[in-house]
Write a protein that binds this ligand. Structure first.
Ligand code: FES
Ligand SMILES: [Fe+2]
Length: 432
């Protein structure tokens, strides 16, 4: 990786190749819960652009430039009234669709307002997240992924800020090798661990945490799909069965991974600017409806509102405790795997200098994504912007743990995935 390519891969602002690629897909702009309360107006910084998101009295959402087109003041301090957002400086009123409805400082009868617009972007609210379309092309429909088509009772959404470039965050998500190390728990009290690791591997009676600890090395392969690629990690458990873990890269900046036999996580890594990003997670349950109150309570203490900034970070060395590292966890940073991941993405620095890295064969997901992303950056086209041409046709993705005593690993996970989908009544079958 040379410095020029590293820069190409990590820029996201307007007019940059990276910004153009990311603007070819719907991106998460805010959680629905950020618009709760008496005054649904929030400043949003997305892909380096300063914006304001608001909901008017009619329930319509607007995502507009933050600077007033009159003289540039910050409209996140605007008055929410009369069907739009009114600038407190001279009273100009902006509708959710960008029209200027009034310029009340002008003489009566003035039509000046008809010649003014504020820049705005299409938004769609779905299952706890407000999605924004920042592209030049007309907004396509949202993708047909499970997190968008599932009934809202099956989905819980949350977010958090990381102090680093978006690509670092994404590259941890497409690295199935790290789970056996970064998220390893040293003692044997499986009951004490988080949901993800207490789950059993299919019907084997072996907890995932035990498998990861005893069989750290995996055989990882990547296979192209209509939305990006699928990662398959195989671990042979002492000759008794093969653990098959399926995760995904949804090009260019999302992942889908299994959390438990009945729950997957879709997670976007979206730039705030080039040195900060948000992860937006959608937890999708294929079984019982999600317990949103419990899931939120588990996460809300880890962040500082209103920005959802992580409480831990470089300032407190991610809570590192040497004694804990010697006796309980691989990292010494507590049992919350999100904190482990935060250290992994932030500690290389705000924009990691990839001219110094040494990718190994197990980094197949990262190498595959880099190759696809560089192709799209150099030549954005329907062929390289994977999945962008027909987002509504995207399905799934499958993200599941399975086990088999045979050697047809794909048949094993496909059977497990098909069975849990069929039982939902809403999750479509997966073709590719
Ligand atoms: S600066 Fe906004 S109305 Fe004048
Ligand atoms: Fe992780």
């Amino acid at each position: 990786m040379d410095a020029a390519d590293n820069r190409l891969l990590t820029e996201s602002g307007p007019g940059t190749p990276g910004g153009t690629v990311l603007r070819s897909y719907w991106q998460p702009a805010a959680l629905t819960e950020e618009l709760a309360g008496e005054r649904p107006v929030v400043p949003v910084t997305l892909l380096g652009e300063e914006l304001v998101l608001f909901r008017n009295e009619l329930g319509e959402l607007g995502l507009v430039k933050r600077a007033c087109p009159h003289r540039g003041v910050d409209l996140s301090f605007g008055r929410l009234e009369d069907g739009g957002l009114r600038c407190p400086f001279h009273g100009w009123l902006f509708a959710p669709d960008g029209r200027c409805l009034e310029t009340p400082a002008e003489p009566a009868g003035s039509t000046f307002h008809t010649r003014v617009r504020i820049g705005c972007y299409p938004v769609v609210e779905r299952n706890g997240i407000v999605w924004a379309w920042l592209g030049d092309a007309p907004a396509p429909p949202l993708p047909g992924f499970d997190c968008f088509v599932a009934p809202s009772r099956q989905v819980f959404a949350f977010k958090g800020m990381w102090s680093c470039n978006w690509l670092q965050a994404h590259e941890v998500g497409i690295d199935p090798a790290h789970a056996a190390f970064l998220h390893r728990f040293l003692d044997l009290d499986e009951e004490a661990y988080g949901l993800q690791f207490r789950a059993m591997v299919a019907d084997t009676g072996v907890p995932v945490v035990k498998l990861m600890r005893e069989v750290p090395a995996a055989t990882i392969t990547a296979e192209p799909t209509g939305y990006g690629f699928r990662l398959r990690a195989l671990r042979d458990f002492h000759g008794q069965f093969t653990h098959v873990r399926i995760s995904n890269c949804i090009f260019p900046n999302a992942i889908a991974i299994a959390m438990s036999p009945t729950m997957t996580i879709m997670q976007w890594h979206v730039p705030i600017d080039d040195v900060r990003c948000y992860w937006y997670s959608m937890f999708v349950s294929y079984g019982d409806p999600v317990d949103a109150a419990t899931l939120r309570a588990q996460r809300i203490d880890q962040v500082i509102l209103p920005e959802y900034r992580s409480r831990t970070g470089v300032h407190d060395r991610w809570g590192f405790d040497a004694r804990e590292q010697a006796t309980a966890t691989y990292t010494g940073m507590g049992q919350d795997i999100n904190v482990h991941d935060q250290w992994a993405v932030e500690s290389p620095g705000a924009i990691y200098d990839r001219t110094d890295e040494h990718l190994s064969p197990a980094d197949v997901g990262i190498r595959t994504h880099r190759r696809l992303l560089l192709e799209a950056l150099r030549n954005p086209s329907p062929a390289t912007l994977i999945g962008a041409a027909d987002p509504a046709a995207q399905r799934g993705p499958a993200a599941i743990d399975a086990a088999t005593t045979g050697t047809d690993y794909d048949a094993a996970w496909r059977a497990a995935e098909a069975a849990r989908r069929a039982a939902t009544g809403w999750a479509p079958a997966i073709a590719d």
